[in-house]
Each structure stands twice: as structure tokens, then as C-alpha cells.
Design a protein around this ligand. Structure first.
Ligand code: PAF
Length: 288
């Protein structure tokens, strides 16, 4: 289908031509365009990105595409929650103007053969445990930014390493869209909102809420003592709370995720973690 679908709560473009046509019309009319990339299963975190985009732009496009190339074969691609009709309603209520919901064939036509490999910010941390992840994210984000051609795009601080990777690739590849960081949205207990929180049982949810508390405490300990000791203590605290395994707790330079050579914090820092509860892998990060 090449036209924008208009029967849903907000217009939906399923391919690039109608998306670009609409964005071009807005820009020709002097309107600024904002963009929010998602994999759907929307929650307040995503809607916060849309609201932030509305502060910076006159029109907002959101994409929903569960990107297969950022999942390893053993990961949750098949079970990843999909709820397009509800997502469209939530986006419309949040003030979004257009949903871009391409098919896999639109994004990865037969013969697709291009890779995007980002260096430094994509090394270590998430990449140690999900080696395929940033390659998949980089390809789809470059495609989405090129397809939408927005003035600004908002990415959540919750996926901090991803945010740095997206910023770096946009800079390195001269993508003219400005990349803006939007703060993590948390529940009343400080748990970072995530589509994968839907997998958690009631008991796991209680444990999950310990993650941000442990990270805050470790960040405070690292500010006045050893970075390595604070990281280790946090791993033990998470294990004691019921996380198993804890993939990593790392205190890094906020700017580029480099390690602190002297085992003490001498520049703006970030504490980042990934840990499992049952079949759910949670990530979070905080400023130290
Ligand atoms: O953060 C996400 O939801 C995804 O990694 C993104 C940026 C939409 C790319 O698929």
C-alpha cells in the first residue's frame, strides 16, 4: 500500500513514499518535524518521548517496528509484545501526528546486504552480552532517520549506551537530524518503565524495584571510595535481592563510557547495569 491509512486513530504510513510525502508537506509548510523510534508495546516512557518531541517540533512521527536484526536467535523476537491498534490509540492521545509502521519487507527487502558498525560507544557493556545488538540497532536507526528526515529525534536515556551509539552514528554519518536525549520515566518505586516489564510476575516486579535503589547506593559509594568496590558490592546486593545472573554493574564516564583509570570518579559518571529476573533481562542507569 502506498497511501497513508486514515481509518486508525491516527494516520499510518506502511512504506517510505507516503511517509516522506507527508513529512515533506509539513516541512514545505514551515513546520518542524520530530521523530520517536519505538518497537511498540508502548508505555509512559515512549509517550514521554512523544511529549518531549512536541515541545521541540510542530509535528511528530513515531515508528513502530520490532526490528529482527537486533535480536539474537535465542532472544525474545517472537514473544516481544505486539499491540499496534493500542499503540496507535496511545500515540494519538499523546498528540503524535503520524505512525510509521513498516513491514519487515519494507525495511529489509530481499538482497539487503548493508551493515553499520559503530566503534567505541558500542563496545563492551551491552555488546559483551548481546554482541549482535548494536549492529542491528545501528542499521535500523540509520534507515529510520533517513526515511523520516525529521529535524529532531528523541531517544530515551534509559538505553544510555544506545543513546551514545545513535548520537555517534548520526554525527559520523552526517545525518542532519538532531539527536535529543529524553529522561527515563520511572514508576512510583523508581523502576524504569520498559516494554519487557510486562514479562514480570508480581513477585519479580517487587524485586525489579530494587534495581534503581542498589544503583543509587552504589553510585553514592563510588563518589567517596573505590569504583571497583562499589560495582562489586552492587552485584552482590542485586544477587541477594534475587537477580540471577547479574550481567554487569559498571560505573563509567558519562560522556563516552570509558572506564576510570584511577578507580575513582574524576569526571561526570554514569552507573549502568543489566540483570535477569526469570526470563526478563532488565537494564537501567543513573547519573552518579
Ligand atoms: O530502543 C528501541 O526501542 C529500539 O532499539 C529502537 C531504537 C527503536 C531501534 O529498533
Amino acid at each position: 500500500m502506498s497511501e497513508v491509512e486514515t481509518s486508525a486513530p491516527l494516520p499510518i504510513a506502511r512504506s517510505v513514499a507516503p511517509l516522506r510525502q507527508q513529512v515533506r508537506a509539513w516541512r514545505d509548510a514551515g513546520l518542524r518535524v520530530g521523530f520517536v523510534a519505538t518497537m511498540g508495546a508502548l508505555h509512559e516512557g515512549h509517550l514521554g518521548l512523544v511529549r518531549d518531541a512536541l515541545i521541540r517540533a510542530d509535528r511528530v512521527v513515531a515508528s513502530v517496528f520490532v526490528n529482527p536484526t537486533q535480536f539474537a536467535p535465542h532472544e525474545d523476537l517472537d514473544s516481544y509484545p505486539r499491540q499496534e491498534a493500542r499503540d496507535a490509540e496511545l500515540l494519538a492521545d499523546a498528540g503524535c501526528h503520524l505512525l510509521f509502521a513498516p513491514t519487515a519487507a519494507v525495511m529489509y527487502p530481499e538482497g539487503f546486504a548493508t551493515r553499520v558498525e559503530v566503534g567505541e560507544p558500542a563496545a563492551g557493556l551491552e555488546a559483551d552480552f548481546r554482541p549482535h545488538f548494536f549492529g542491528g540497532v545501528a542499521v535500523v536507526v540509520v534507515k529510520l532517520l533517513n526515511q523520516v528526515r525529521a529535524d529532531v529525534a528523541l531517544f530515551g536515556e534509559k538505553d544510555y549506551q544506545q543513546l551514545l551509539v545513535v548520537r555517534r552514528l548520526a554525527r559520523d554519518l552526517d545525518i542532519p537530524t538532531e539527536i535529543i536525549c529524553s529522561p527515563t520515566v520511572r514508576d512510583a518505586h523508581g523502576l524504569a518503565l520498559s516494554s519487557r516489564n510486562a514479562y514480570l510476575s508480581a513477585e519479580e516486579l517487587e524485586v525489579a524495584r530494587r534495581l534503581n535503589i542498589v544503583l543509587r547506593q552504589a553510585g553514592e559509594a563510588a563518589r567517596v571510595g573505590s569504583v571497583a568496590a562499589a560495582e562489586l558490592e552492587a552485584v552482590h546486593a542485586l544477587e541477594a535481592a534475587g537477580f540471577n545472573p547479574v550481567d554487569y554493574v559498571a560505573i563509567r564516564r558519562a560522556e563516552d563510557l570509558a572506564t576510570f583509570d584511577e578507580d575513582c570518579i574524576d569526571a561526570p559518571a554514569r552507573i549502568l547495569a543489566a540483570a535477569w529476573l526469570g526470563r526478563t533481562r532488565l537494564i537501567d542507569n543513573l547519573a552518579v
